[in-house]
Design a protein around this ligand. Structure first.
Ligand code: ATP
Length: 364
């Protein structure tokens, strides 16, 4: 299953709700860019998992799906979860979170940028300069023991929070490396550690490791901020931000704030990256409220697929894959700027299919 030099297997989880509706066009788009490039080819391994699968079979992430995902070159996942399908303890079916822990995907990359025509709610003219990346640690923090929470005698609830040196060092090195690559492309190179080090020892530990790792990247600016202040700055002056690195739960919340700044969850892509594996998926959930209406915005999924091509291109030193990724991003930018096929979340009436077709039509 692993790659020959230019042939890649992509494990695909279509998931629940709007998942299949945004996955099918995205695979068509990926096939098109691969065919036009002629420099690489992609094989899709469609794998069952999710809340619907759990309801039907009792397994949220079958062992065979996990094995095949592990063997693939990259994993593309749409959206998983249905509010009315839950484990006995009341929590929702979220195998994507288990997948992050299982595959050691510690770096959750969530780019936030201004899209002309994308519906950014900030009126300040500097909003057009918004271009930052949130790196959310995705295996520890408040999620490290997510299945072990206790409610004692119906009086007290306890969750456990964990930060480790090993993961934090890798996380910070990833964030500094990302800032360095952005700096090479002419952007400001600064990493900000976002924490709550004024209150919690564990966050002081987190920030201390950040300072240690910053010393190994003297060409990159490093500073730190408390999460509550950062939430305000993301609204008041997001154009000043570059790379933010933070704990899992804080990153979960701030990435939705980032999506709000962009104009819609339907525009927010993400990548969860580890030393060996990576999962690419939109920041949004399965949006059961609009599932089946052909109204979902496919752009977050399409941009996640572009991030996948870029990651594969960097990993396998393929300029053609990086170019294909940039071509998809450019087609999305042009589509949004034209505002001819705008889905409901952005104030339009276009269907998922029309939005997708508009991006396809603008592919170079
Ligand atoms: P999760 O906890 O997995 O993030 P959720 O139910 O809290 O799931 P979403 O499923 O992301 O959140 O949905 C939040 C809102 O955003 C819903 O009203 C949904 O319709 C909308 N939404 C999410 N994704 C899209 C999309 N791609 N296009 C249009 N609307 C979307």
């Amino acid at each position: 299953m692993s790659s020959r030099s230019n042939s890649f297997t992509i494990a695909v989880f279509e998931g629940d709700g709007i998942g299949p509706e945004i996955t099918r066009p995205t695979l068509e788009l990926l096939e098109t860019v691969a065919r036009r490039s002629g420099a690489f080819d992609l094989t899709f391994d469609m794998l069952p998992a999710g809340a619907g699968h759990f309801r039907d079979t009792g397994a949220a992430l079958p062992a065979e799906s996990l094995d095949r995902a592990r063997a693939a070159d990259a994993i593309l996942l749409s959206a998983i979860g249905l509010h009315d399908v839950r484990y006995d303890d009341g929590t929702e079916i979220r195998p994507q979170v288990d997948l992050r822990i299982e595959l050691g995907l510690y770096a959750g990359v969530r780019p936030v940028r201004f899209f002309p025509g994308g519906g950014c709610p900030l009126a300040d003219p500097r909003a057009k300069d918004i271009d930052f990346v949130l790196v959310r640690e995705s295996t520890e923090g408040l999620f490290a023991h997510m299945h072990d929470g206790q409610v004692i005698d119906d009086r007290t609830a306890i969750e456990t929070f964990r930060i480790t040196r090993e993961t934090s060092e890798k996380l910070f090195d990833f964030a500094f490396g990302l800032a360095r690559r952005r700096g090479a492309n002419g952007r400001r190179a600064r990493v900000t550690c976002v924490d709550k080090a004024n209150i919690f020892r564990s966050f002081w530990f987190f920030r201390s490791i950040f300072r240690e790792r910053a010393a190994a990247f003297p060409d990159i600016e490093a500073d730190a901020a408390y999460v509550d202040a950062m939430a305000m700055w993301m609204v008041q002056r997001p154009w000043d931000l570059d790379v933010l690195v933070t704990e899992n739960m804080f990153g979960d919340i701030l990435s939705d704030l980032g999506a709000g700044i962009m104009g819609s969850l339907g525009l927010a892509p993400s990548a969860d990256i580890g030393d060996e594996h990576a999962v690419f998926q939109p920041c949004h959930g399965s949006a059961p409220d609009i599932a089946g209406e052909n109204a979902a915005n496919p752009i977050a999924m399409i941009l996640s697929a572009a991030m996948m091509l870029d990651w594969l291109g960097n990993k396998h030193d393929s300029g053609a894959m990086r170019e294909a990724a940039a071509g998809i991003e450019a087609a999305v930018d042009a589509t949004l700027a034209a505002r001819t096929a705008v889905t409901r979340d952005l104030g339009g009436t276009a269907s998922t299919g029309q939005s997708f077709q508009a991006v396809m039509d603008r592919l170079r």
